[in-house]
Write a protein that binds this ligand. Structure first.
Ligand SMILES: Nc1ncnc2c1ncn2[C@@H]1O[C@H](COP(=O)(O)OP(=O)(O)OP(=O)(O)O)[C@@H](O)[C@H]1O
Ligand SMILES: [Mg+2]
Length: 268
């Protein structure tokens, strides 16, 4: 099963590189255990694994929300674990993040929610849609068109369905013109049909912009349908790292079996 990508020497279009990354929370808990992987520009890499296996922790290392206890994380050429302050903020502007709970401001219009994605590049606070420069509003509308929701621009965000809200969250992330999109269980609260729509949208946008996507999911079928590559975690170790092409459903499902040991890639 083990097909760990070699991280010896960086590939020219490598955007994310973990080298023997371990993350310890207290003396007992090793959330990531010697994780090594490399993600290329434009790749859609799906993280699979049981609850608590370390998927969110891994994603949070990519934009420096968490720092490795040992090992190194290099993202877009920046050593995330060793950088702070303005350098980390600059890096974060190049990374979009979408979450299971969308995190929209329900009382604001859809369009204003999308505009907030530009805040990292603007000076000073903004209050109300017209406090954003016209170019920002225009761009936000373009992203709403892209996700198929331009007709909802002036509706309150909390009046949209879950799938629509997640598409707005994707549009908001696009305001950063990100090079990497991190998606932590972006479809966990959606029904199967809507989940497929959102994953399909993320996949299309990745292809259009050569946007690198790291996405955690629990649905193996979605991973096989929309991912380029599956990275399987178990107890903080990478136990599977393989292109989706040629990956069998049973092999992917075995990540969710609680019995039986999988080969531990990180030990190789
Ligand atoms: N800030 C933290 N402090 C202490 N422990 C943490 C922290 N963040 C994560 N953990 C622990 O690290 C382990 C991995 O958690 P993580 O959230 O990465 O799992 P996950 O694979 O995303 O799970 P799920 O599928 O439930 O979202 C868990 O045991 C979790 O309790
Ligand atoms: Mg998680």
């Amino acid at each position: 099963m083990q097909r760990l990508l070699s991280v010896e020497g960086s590939a020219p279009d490598e955007v994310v590189r973990f080298e023997r990354v371990s993350k310890r929370f207290g003396p007992e808990l090793l959330a990531l255990n010697e994780v090594s992987l490399s993600v290329r520009a434009g790749e859609v890499a799906v993280l699979l694994g049981l609850s608590g296996s370390g998927k969110s922790t891994l994603l949070r290392h990519v934009d420096g929300l968490q720092r490795p206890s040992s090992g190194s994380v290099t993202v877009l050429g920046t050593d995330v674990g060793r950088r702070g302050g303005s350098e980390l903020r600059r890096l974060r502007r190049r990374i979009g993040f979408v979450f299971q709970q969308f995190h929209l401001v329900g009382s604001l219009t859809v369009l204003e929610n999308v505009c907030t994605g530009a805040l990292g590049g603007l000076r000073g606070p903004r209050l109300g849609l017209f406090s954003y420069p016209k170019a920002v509003r225009h761009e936000a509308l373009g992203h709403l068109e892209r996700v198929g929701l331009a007709d909802r621009a002036f509706q309150r965000a909390d009046t949209l369905s879950g799938g629509q809200q997640q598409r707005v969250a994707v549009a908001r992330a696009l305001m950063q013109n990100p090079e990497i999109l991190l998606a932590d269980e972006p479809v966990a609260s959606l029904d199967p049909e809507t989940s497929a729509q959102v994953m399909s949208l993320i996949r299309e946008i990745s292809a259009e912009r050569k946007l690198t996507v790291l996405c955690s999911l629990h649905q193996v079928d979605l991973a096989l349908s929309w991912g380029d590559r599956v990275i399987g975690l178990r107890a903080g170790c990478v136990v599977l790292d393989t292109p989706v092409a040629g990956l069998g459903r049973d092999e992917a499902m075995s990540l969710y079996s609680r019995v039986g040991a999988l080969p531990v890639a990180a030990a190789v």
